[in-house]
Write a protein that binds this ligand. Structure first.
Ligand code: RIB
Ligand code: CA
Length: 309
């Protein structure tokens, strides 16, 4: 089977970490590079978190340092959700792997050229790295076959009433990426809020033997109270959605649409404005908005991946 080459761009926080653990166990996918970006917490944490979670599972993926701040916006973190270092109550052993000297955007472009237009990109944090790469290398937009993001939302926000965190944290980067013309699968809050793990599911999965299950439990249990306080039925593992969309699209549903990212609004800055439910459509409609999922199947695939370690 020809594996799909995948680049993973992440502000590795708790749900990013679960997404990585699921991604690493998808036989159809081959991770060819990982880039860290400032988002949930600062790059001083997201970069080592990415290196150290590779070390946890024995993966030798190259991990590159990306942007430590948004293009223009003020730095915005979510340590109130993910904890000071981004992994909730979990701690990871430091990776002994040598550090990569290339910047994320340079490595992403070099890799996209190497894979001759077959590279697919999973971006589950603010889109700063992707935007910088596109600005520095305009040809990149023809070399990324598909970009699958966790970000945005047609109907609501989670950082403001209008905006989801990844887009709100760097709206200019998001607008640049959405206007690049690259085919985008947008897993916004419309679907990711359906992708929750209950306390019972976390305990059942995390209660199994092994360092990965222990890490999974330590990372997720500590974030549950945040979601319960927000009247959510469980921990939303937002970033797992684009990963499982790649290998199990059958458990999701959605619609093609056009998306514009608001960057000027006082109240609506960071909103992904879609033409899903309006008769006025945007001229370019190269986004597929994922809007629903079969949660049972979603949790089943997460459980299968975590218990496979
Ligand atoms: O809004 C949820 C998104 O913001 C997720 O990617 C989470 O990891 C944070 O980055
Ligand atoms: Ca994330």
């Amino acid at each position: 089977m020809n594996k799909i080459p995948v680049w993973f761009d992440t502000d590795i926080g708790v749900d990013d970490a679960v997404a990585f653990l699921v991604l690493h166990r998808q036989p159809e996918l081959e991770v060819v590079g990982i880039s860290a970006v400032s988002g949930n917490v600062g790059l001083e944490h997201t970069y080592p978190n990415a290196r150290n979670i590779c070390h946890l599972v024995g993966a030798r993926y190259p991990v590159y340092k990306g942007a430590d701040r948004p293009l223009y916006a003020e730095v915005e973190h979510a340590s109130y959700v993910h904890g000071e270092e981004g992994l909730g109550g979990a701690r990871l052993e430091s990776s002994p792997a040598p550090h990569e000297s290339e910047a994320a955007w340079d490595a992403l472009y070099r890799t996209a050229v190497e894979y001759g237009g077959e590279l697919q990109v999973l971006a589950v944090g603010p889109l700063t790295n992707i935007a910088i790469a596109l600005a520095k290398y305009p040809a990149l937009k023809t070399l990324i076959k598909r970009l699958l993001i966790m970000g945005g939302g047609a109907a609501r926000g989670n950082t403001t009433p209008a905006a989801e965190f990844n887009i709100y944290a760097d709206p200019e980067a998001a607008q640049l990426v959405f206007k690049s013309g690259i085919p985008i699968v947008m897993c916004g809050l419309d679907v990711t809020l359906q992708g929750y793990l209950t306390a019972e599911e976390i305990e059942e999965i995390g209660g199994h033997e092994g360092a990965v299950c222990r890490f999974f439990r330590d990372a997720t249990v500590s974030v549950l109270p945040f979601y319960h306080k927000a009247n959510q039925p469980g921990l939303c593992v937002h970033d797992v959605c684009p990963v499982l969309y790649m290998t199990h699209p059958e458990i999701f549903g959605g619609q093609p649409c056009g998306v514009y990212v608001e960057t000027q609004g006082k109240i609506t800055c960071g909103k992904t404005v879609t033409d899903l439910w309006s008769d006025k459509k945007f001229p370019d409609r190269h986004v597929f908005a994922v809007l629903e999922m079969d949660r049972e199947a979603f949790v089943r695939e997460i459980r299968k991946a975590i218990l496979s370690y």
